[in-house]
Ligand binder design. Structure first.
Ligand code: MG
Length: 380
């Protein structure tokens, strides 16, 4: 079997761009993949164009060898754009090889370790009374974990984010949320790397013990030592890793005990090949995967198969249960059953993409911009 085409589709899905990739073979089998690096899809498309030059004609079943060649086949190794492209290709290779064998992808990864994939839900409401109402509703529906997003007092100014005002407001409402839901449900918050070490420490100190089960990305992650410093100032578990682009980026976070849930993103880290290695490493350190999954139906499908095959697993990020992607673009996608995904049985990933509908023009999109009251830039 030989790879005879690699096509990429940066496509507007109605609410965001998705980067979809398709690999075709001379035997008629094809596979689908998806890349992360949201907002820079055309850069990933450029990387795929370079990889395509040496992948055409290769045997798609030699997945690990092709991963090594893609990662190490240039002088300037690694980085998020390259591993985003590698991720999409690696996922598509697993899809097509599994289809050629007539098995679900998780059979290539050691087989299923669970019967369904547990998920967590996120309240889209900024932390405040609406978010507390969402938590009560979701917990009533059976969700074991509710994640929040930060709140901020109303200022009337678009894009204003003052960390001190946000942490005071958010801590107050998180404390109320815990009082309302009781001790059993898991509560987390994603601070979207908007804080400094000092602000993150102050935020944790404002919370009564037992309020928060995980704090996701309170600060940026370029400097593991900054997280080590924060680690000494709070006992709240951390959930970090969605932006990591290889096992090597995970290395200090896993080995030095900085992260407590690994937020691996299979569309950024290097596909199944790299995610399984990160999972094994986390297993040795008693860390569960809590994968990042904000992209499209191919990412969700890949995550379901990863979850099936990994023993050390907590919950998969899922979009709001009310959200669905266009069935014209994705005629076959996995659907939640209650608060989890059933184990798939179809060959491959079990998801389909309609190339004919991919003609929707790509739309340039930028992340929202936030600023401080003094006019300085701050992370979204
Ligand atoms: Mg996050």
């Amino acid at each position: 079997m030989k790879i005879n085409e690699i096509k990429s589709f940066p496509v507007w899905s109605g609410s965001r761009n998705l980067f979809v990739l398709k690999i075709e073979t001379d035997e008629g089998y094809y596979g689908l993949g998806e890349a992360g690096v949201s907002g820079r899809e055309l850069a990933v498309q450029g990387a795929v164009a370079h990889f395509r030059e040496f992948l055409l004609g290769k045997d798609p079943r030699r997945i690990g060898a092709l991963w090594q060649e893609m990662y190490r086949g240039q002088y300037f190794e690694g980085g998020r754009v390259l591993t985003g492209a590698i991720s999409a290709i690696d996922i598509a290779l697993h899809d097509l090889v599994a289809k050629s064998l007539g098995v679900p992808v998780y059979q290539l990864l050691g087989g299923a370790q669970r019967d369904s994939v547990p998920c967590f839900v996120t309240s889209g409401a900024p932390m405040g009374p609406d978010a507390v109402d969402d938590a009560l509703r979701y917990i009533g529906q059976g969700w074991p974990v509710v994640r929040f997003v930060p709140g901020h007092p109303e200022t009337g100014e678009d894009g204003l984010f003052e960390p001190r005002e946000s942490i005071a407001h958010t801590a107050e409402w998180l404390t109320k949320a815990r009082e309302k839901v009781g001790a059993a449900p898991v509560l987390g918050i994603d601070y979207h790397h908007r804080l400094s070490v000092a602000e993150a420490a102050s935020f944790c100190q404002m919370l009564p013990p037992g309020t928060l089960d995980f704090l996701e990305e309170p600060i940026r992650d370029e400097t593991p030592g900054a997280y080590q410093s924060l680690r000494t100032m709070t006992e709240v578990p951390f959930a970090i890793g969605e932006e990591f682009s290889s096992k090597w980026t995970f290395l200090p976070y896993v080995e030095q005990g900085i992260t407590n849930y690994a937020r691996v993103d299979i569309c950024n880290v290097g596909g199944f090949t790299e995610a399984m290695k990160v999972a094994g490493w986390c297993e040795a350190h008693y860390i569960d995967l809590m994968p990042h999954n904000p992209l499209g139906p191919i990412s969700t499908a890949a995550n379901i198969h990863l979850a099936a095959a990994v023993p050390n697993y907590s919950w998969l990020e899922d979009r709001s249960p009310e959200f669905t992607f266009s069935s014209e673009l994705f005629p076959v996608q996995h659907e939640l059953s209650g608060v989890g995904y059933p184990l798939p049985t179809a060959p491959g990933l079990g998801v389909e993409f309609n190339e004919e509908m991919a003609g929707k023009p790509f739309e340039f999109w930028e992340t929202p911009r936030l600023h401080r009251r003094d006019g300085s830039y701050t992370n979204w």
